[in-house]
Design a protein around this ligand. Sequence first.
Ligand SMILES: Cc1cc2nc3c(=O)[nH]c(=O)nc-3n(C[C@H](O)[C@H](O)[C@H](O)COP(=O)(O)OP(=O)(O)OC[C@H]3O[C@@H](n4cnc5c(N)ncnc54)[C@H](O)[C@@H]3O)c2cc1C
Length: 386
Amino acid sequence: MTADLRFDQLRLPPECETLRAEVRAFIAQEIAAGIFDPLRVGHGEASCAAFSRRVGAKGWIGMTWPKKYGGHERSFLERFVVTEEFRVANAPVRLHFVADRQSGPILLKYAPEHIKMDILPRICRGEVCFAIGMSEPGSGSDLFAAKTKATKTKGGFLVNGTKIWTSNAHAADYMIGLFRTSPPARENRRHGLTQFLVDMKTRGVGINPIYQMSGLHDFNEVVFEDAFMPDDHVLGEIDGAWKQATSELAYERSGPERFLETFYVLVELVRVLGPRPDLRSAEGVGRLVAQLHTLRRMSLSVAGMLQAGREPVVEGSIVKDLGTIWEQKLPARARELAAFVAPEATNRVAFDAHLAVATMIAPKLTIQGGTTEVLRGIIARGLGLR
Ligand SMILES: Cc1cc2nc3c(=O)[nH]c(=O)nc-3n(C[C@H](O)[C@H](O)[C@H](O)COP(=O)(O)OP(=O)(O)OC[C@H]3O[C@@H](n4cnc5c(N)ncnc54)[C@H](O)[C@@H]3O)c2cc1C
């Protein structure tokens, strides 16, 4: 790796602000029509099939992909704006978001042409939901310890093993699964894993729900028992998935969704403190906003690097590390700042309800998509420190 680390200064070009106005108008219409409520208590990245299809019809899924596959050949910066607006509005993007963010780009790079022509346009229309099948019991941070095995058979592979923490598997049409096709090599323990496109309707794929302490059903255990994967569902190089996985992580880790998951707490904090907060509260809110602004500039900078065709794995990891710590600490900081607001004050009940939800989901924020410690290992290596 290289010690060359930089976050270029970047401002959104005027076309992005035009797009932002369009997205805001669309969101306002959806809210007015009762499709979703941005202040709903119990945020859990809700799903709404009809909403995803309307977002697809607007051209806001697969925005950066080639038109040939249903994409729109727009920029990563434009995609940034759409992601940001949907996230702060708590829009129900869950069904299409993973496919848009990372599964589609993997298919674009590694799937055979007929699969690209089949699936990518459907993703762009908001019709397809993807899950990520990487973690296993005993193999989370250390992805390369994955044991779920794909054994060669006539015309394909038979998969046996268990994936865990698979977000949205119960709603997904497909998963991108990471399976062991060979033992690790002595000189390279990362060798021997292959990415597959898994049709979730395949016989032998079983899904068991795992409930979070907030009561939400978000992730699952996925069990494979002699599940058949045809040869053309191999994505990229057999045994060489480790070379592919890093670029996926740059997409997964750097977007505005990595620091905005508890953003609604900041909005509610400003409301509950009212138009004339005391000096201490005003200073606290100012500090939070300044930190958020910095994170946003960094994330935007990574979007610019993706646009330039780079793979900003280290910069993306830094955004995720700082961003998830910020969004995790936000509920506790907000509680302190609102400590002296009277229970009967306007907006206090709403603030407390949102705070309770954010407090319960906060622990997961620094685990999903790579833990803080693991990210710091990647950053240290990227800086030449280990
Ligand atoms: C809400 C949520 C959604 C998720 N969705 C998905 C999904 O859709 N698909 C999927 O595949 N996975 C998913 N995950 C799993 C997630 O990627 C893993 O939980 C994560 O990678 C950590 O793995 P682990 O749970 O096995 O913990 P471990 O890897 O066992 O880690 C335990 C602790 O040890 C530390 N640690 C581990 N290795 C090192 C090291 N080398 N150096 C220093 N410290 C280390 C970790 O930081 C952590 O604190 C999700 C997790 C959450 C919380």
